[in-house]
Design a protein around this ligand. Structure first.
Ligand SMILES: Cc1cc2nc3c(=O)[nH]c(=O)nc-3n(C[C@H](O)[C@H](O)[C@H](O)COP(=O)(O)O)c2cc1C
Length: 282
């Protein structure tokens, strides 16, 4: 729904990320379609899948992502239903209902064929009806693994047993995330969950991290705690709202500079050395 921040939405962000060869993860509920994002900028793109209640729509998105050149599928597993967000409810705030986030749906023949009639309001209703799927379980992940040749990452892992089960199901990477604290109230923070997950995974598959990364030095901390890579959520959207593509570009330049300065100040030459550092408490 990046058009909420800027008319160019996902396209502005992909162009900015491309400059630094940073992958862009396109949401299922993006403002532009998989194909439009695929053609924007020349950096790597990954597709984030919200498993819809109609399996064929989910598979259609994955197939389109493959054809559009996506390099990975990120299945978000912590949003099988929306968290109870009082402020959104009291303000009556629902960007989906306002028509944001339908780029992939309005361009999907399989989705459109599920509607009795196609117009703006049936599209919105169809998305709202199909976007949640609380019955999502490991069998879906195993089936998806057979359906696509792209690597599959699970986003929203917070428990070491889930990490091990994911490896057992053939998942190619994990994203330790609590969705920026927007889903289950009182849930463990991602940074507290990370060390134990990194320990049990033990290098078998990459462990990525998000929720709370705000600047380069945050990235350094989670790499020391066992992450192989970090994802940025809200900060790039704030930058997009302030100054579009230029804002995102400036934010990424600042982030990368902060990261390298922090590396130098921490006395490490490269990521390998950083990952060998130990945290000493007390
Ligand atoms: C407004 C908003 C929209 C989001 N939309 C999605 C989404 O469509 N798919 C998804 O997997 N995560 C979504 N997230 C979660 C982010 O991907 C990320 O996990 C979270 O924001 C934590 O990172 P941060 O602390 O850097 O913001 C959204 C978060 C926010 C704040």
């Amino acid at each position: 729904m990046l058009k909420l921040a800027d008319d160019q939405g996902d396209l502005a962000v992909t162009r900015a990320a491309s400059k630094y060869d940073i992958p862009f993860i396109q949401s299922t509920v993006s403002s532009f379609s998989i194909e439009e994002v695929g053609q924007s900028g020349d950096g790597p793109k990954w597709f984030q899948l919200y498993w819809t209640s109609l399996e064929d729509v989910s598979y259609s998105f994955v197939k389109r992502a493959e054809e559009a050149g996506s390099e990975a599928i990120v299945v978000t597993i912590d949003t099988v239903t929306l968290g109870f967000r009082e402020k959104d409810l009291s303000y009556g705030y629902s960007p989906l209902a306002d028509g944001y986030g339908q780029g992939n749906f309005e361009s999907d023949d399989v989705f459109l064929s599920t509607l009795a009639e196609v117009n703006d309001s049936t599209i919105v209703d169809g998305i709202i009806k199909q976007i949640n799927y609380p019955a999502l379980n490991w069998s879906h992940i195993k089936k998806l693994k057979r359906m696509t040749s792209l690597p599959i990452l699970l986003k929203g892992v917070l428990h070491p047993e889930d990490a091990l089960q994911a490896i057992h199901c053939g998942v190619d990477g994990l994203i330790v995330s609590n969705h920026g604290g927007r889903q289950l109230d009182g849930v463990i923070s991602s940074i507290d969950a990370l060390p134990e997950i990194a320990k049990v995974v033990n290098g078998k598959i990459p462990v990525l991290f998000d929720s709370g990364i705000r600047r380069g030095s945050d990235a350094l901390k989670v790499l020391v705690l066992g992450a192989d890579a970090v994802l940025i959520g809200r900060p790039y959207v704030y930058s997009l709202a302030i100054d579009g593509e230029k804002g995102v570009s400036q934010f990424l330049a600042n982030f990368l500079q902060d990261f390298s300065s922090s590396m130098v100040l921490a006395g490490v030459k490269n990521i390998k050395q950083l990952k060998q550092m130990k945290i000493v408490c007390g």
